[in-house]
Design a protein. Structure first.
Length: 68
């Protein structure tokens, strides 16, 4: 399945930053094309289904909110 995403790009120092507008994923490169290609790879990894190699242990914790 393919899906189209919006890419924002901007300069930060010597780097071009590429960020997906719909998903909080970003990458960088020395050219805009390189940054976009790396972002595409990062998005493909982001959406790759996880494959567990070990069975995780589950636990519950209780956290006091607003305690700071």
């Amino acid at each position: 399945m393919k899906q189209t995403f919006t890419v924002r790009t901007w300069n930060e120092g010597d780097w071009i930053i590429a960020q997906c507008a719909e998903v909080d994923v970003a990458s960088h490169g020395s050219t805009e094309q390189e940054a976009i290609e790396k972002l595409q790879e990062a998005l493909e990894l982001y959406f790759e289904p996880p494959t567990a190699t070990i069975k995780p242990r589950l636990a519950s914790i209780e956290v006091e909110l607003g305690a700071a």
